[in-house]
Design a binder for this molecule. Structure first.
Ligand code: JCF
Length: 727
């Protein structure tokens, strides 16, 4: 049930609970009320951030609320209901998706490709409505005619909206709570992807307001914003992972994950565009009002939705949107026009698989022809060599393009493309332009002969090492490893990327300079750089050099999963790295793991396992790791599972850390305590076993003394820790 405005007392309780992250003293009723209030606040701020784009608290504050919720559910799992915001991080992986039958089929739309065809559509509808409203069957009917006598023109409002190029989604709510999400499938039966949909921030887990039907199906389109898509691909490329060809594939691929925790990490958005099945409650009479209702209930509705009174106004809208298209942060492939009035919609009905009352105007494909100036072979982090078409700059679909991908050597063969050719560049909803075809009639005589065909490199264009091409693979690969400067640079880009060691201020250009001036020959060298060395580089001021030194220092305290990911082991992405870390707990265990042991890790198959073994069998790699560790890179030990934590020295104990520590941060001390099996609490109670107190400790120290809880200083903690770790 929707929660009333939290009382002042409850708000205070939340504030305290959030601060200390300890809910052990709450009884069931208080925990339930607190949970409801936290969930309510989280969804309120989530809506402000992701739907209204108007946050009122910062990320850190949101995160504290979220951590409090998770902590609360840890102690009382029954609170983690289907509509709890905790579901937004994903749930246990599924073996397969169940099917879900749509109560009302999800239809597609008929297409038109020109303004004239749009006018014809309007004429057809008018003709149809005119005959239907003429009282033929009952000649005596005295109903007022709908057709205006003077002009013969029926007033026919259309709602115009961009046609998003994403994945259709159906969301079913019961009493305002999201109970099922399904893909379109064949229109009649789709796949149940509820766990995945819950991770999309703009999907309400619970509807806002109270004027929605008890059963309500909302339909919409899931997209990955173009900026997020580009960022995703850039990271994937740096990591040697698979890139998506366009934002739609990225959205579809992300929604198709059996592990919703992966979906949770993908930046997806839902735009609601209509209501499907509904019962026990009325909805508005027009499509336009329905869209307003969807907004009230917490959905994101496209901001460019427009009501047009005539088909001419619809055509103006097409021109307006075509202008706007390149500035939108989501891919659109056309415009949808719908009759606004639901009673007219139902009068018109459906043909075959599409409604008569709606139409999609498709933008013409964005193509332009230009000259292929050269073919560049670019070497990625894992040595993959990709051909890139260098073009005479050309304006396609709102942007100037001077590079287009040629994918791989097979594609060059298929297109039969040669330098000097006139080529057609296509920029479809995609962001990476492609060479669509070659205009053979315009081929210059100089490249007519087969000898004009591009040479497929047999040596790396950067380091001259041999290029290999494995059987059945289209990809060419440089065998130079880190001897190859291109691979080295990309591996450093990857090492410092956000999801790896997250070294702020170390951009591609800087890495290029550091490698080219031979200041660094591997990632370990990064940590030997002096501020003066960095400041001596082009475009580096003292301040940015100092900042870089600081972020390098900061990056040293990392996590095992991040570190593993940063190493850039082939096929080991962020998720696999974190699975390996959580399974084995220590780097040593992973380094010495056998193929069979690796295969027990979730998501790890034969190929990944073989890459991991090969990586650690290479002495250069282990030496590099050793150097990194020597330079102070470290991570807390991971407690592998509760079974083995039984044997840990502090199992069953609760510790508190307070005051200033000298040799370590409080977070490091807490991580160590957890690794030793202790629970770390934020406040002192009679259940506390021991308090580590540094200078400046205040009320917690007082309370410990009052309760006669053992208090030790940092020196004593370090001594005991050394004993425990040895023993
Ligand atoms: O944005 C879309 N891709 C989109 C698809 C928008 C709509 O209003 C749609 C749709 C597919 C069918 N409406 C229908 C009836």
């Amino acid at each position: 049930m929707p929660v009333d405005k939290p009382t002042q007392a409850l708000l205070e309780q939340i504030a305290i609970a959030v601060r200390v992250l300890d809910f052990s003293s709450l009884d069931k009723a208080a925990a339930t009320a607190l949970h409801a209030a936290l969930a309510d606040q989280l969804e309120y701020h989530n809506h402000r951030y992701y739907v209204l784009d108007d946050p009122s608290i910062d990320d850190a504050e949101y995160d504290r609320l979220f951590q409090a919720l998770l902590q609360l559910e840890l102690g009382a799992p029954e609170l983690g209901s289907a509509e709890s915001p905790s579901r937004r991080v994903g749930a246990k992986p599924l073996g397969s998706f169940d099917s879900a039958t749509h109560k009302i089929p999800m239809l597609s739309l008929d297409n038109v490709f020109s303004a004239d065809a749009l006018r014809d559509f309007d004429k057809r509808l008018r003709a149809r409505l005119a005959t239907r409203s003429r009282p033929e069957s009952s000649a005596a009917s005295s109903d007022a005619p709908i057709v205006k006598a003077s002009t013969g023109q029926l007033p026919l409002d259309y709602i115009c909206e961009p046609k998003l190029d994403g994945v259709a989604l159906s969301l079913s709510y019961e009493n305002g709570i999201l109970v099922q999400a399904a893909t379109r499938g064949d229109g009649r039966v789709g796949e149940n992807i509820t766990d995945n949909a819950r991770t999309i921030a703009s999907v309400p887990l619970r509807l806002r307001g109270n004027d929605f039907p008890a059963q309500l199906e909302v339909r919409g389109e899931v997209v990955m914003p173009i900026t997020e898509f580009n960022q995703f691909n850039q990271n994937a490329l740096a990591a040697g992972e698979k890139v998506f060809v366009n934002p739609r594939n990225a959205a579809a691929g992300s929604l198709r994950q059996l592990d919703s925790r992966i979906t949770a990490k993908r930046p997806l958005q839902l735009f609601a565009y209509s209501i499907g099945h509904h019962a026990e409650g009325a909805i508005d009479a027009t499509h336009f009002e329905t869209l307003q209702a969807l907004k009230r209930w917490g959905f994101k509705v496209n901001e460019h939705v427009h009501r047009a009174a005539t088909i001419d106004e619809c055509i103006e809208y097409c021109e307006h949107l075509a202008q706007l298209r390149s500035s939108l942060d989501y891919a659109i492939d056309g415009i949808v026009f719908k009759i606004n009035d639901f009673s007219l919609q139902s009068e018109l009905g459906f043909v075959a698989r599409a409604p008569r009352w709606a139409i999609a105007f498709k933008f013409p494909a964005e193509e332009a022809s230009t000259t292929l100036v050269d073919i560049d072979w670019q070497v990625g982090r894992t040595g993959a060599i990709t051909p890139v078409a260098k073009l005479e700059p050309i304006f396609v679909g709102g942007v100037t393009v001077s590079n287009a991908t040629l994918h791989n050597a097979d594609e060059i063969e298929r297109l039969d493309v040669r330098v000097g050719d006139r080529v057609v560049i296509r920029r479809a909803g995609d962001v990476i332009p492609q060479v669509a075809r070659v205009d053979l009639s315009a081929r210059p005589s100089s490249s007519q002969q087969a000898s004009g065909k591009p040479r497929i490199p047999s040596q790396c264009p950067v380091c001259n090492s041999t290029v290999e091409r494995l059987d059945g693979e289209a990809v060419l690969r440089c065998t130079g490893g880190l001897v190859c400067r291109a691979q080295l640079k990309q591996s450093i880009v990857h090492f410092s990327s956000r999801k790896a060691l997250d070294i702020d201020g170390l951009g591609d250009k800087l890495i290029e300079q550091l490698v080219d001036t031979q200041l660094i020959a591997n990632v370990a060298d990064l940590y030997l750089l002096s501020q003066d060395q960095i400041a001596s580089l082009e475009r580096m001021a003292d301040k940015s050099a100092r900042n870089l030194i600081e972020s390098l220092e900061r990056s040293k305290a990392t996590e095992l999963g991040r570190f593993l990911y940063a190493l850039g082991i082939r096929e080991v992405g962020e998720t696999t790295a974190s699975n390996l870390a959580n399974h084995f707990g220590t780097l040593a265990a992973i380094e010495s793991a056998s193929l069979d042991a690796l295969l027990e890790v979730s998501d790890v198959g034969e190929i990944v396992a073989a890459h991991v073994v090969a990586f650690f069998a290479n002495a250069e790699n282990t030496q590099l790791i050793e150097r990194l560790v020597q330079q102070g890179i470290g991570w807390p030990v991971i407690v592998v599972d509760s079974e083995s934590s039984k044997d840990l020295p502090l199992h069953g104990q609760t510790w508190v850390v307070t005051g200033k520590l000298i040799n370590m941060t409080r977070d490091e001390a807490k991580a160590d305590l957890r690794a030793l099996g202790a629970k770390v609490a934020g406040s002192v109670s009679s259940k506390t076993n021991c308090v580590v107190a540094g200078p400046g400790a205040g009320s917690k120290l007082d309370k410990a003394q009052a309760l006669d809880v053992e208090v030790i200083d940092e020196q004593e903690f370090l001594a005991r820790r050394a004993d425990w770790l040895d023993g």
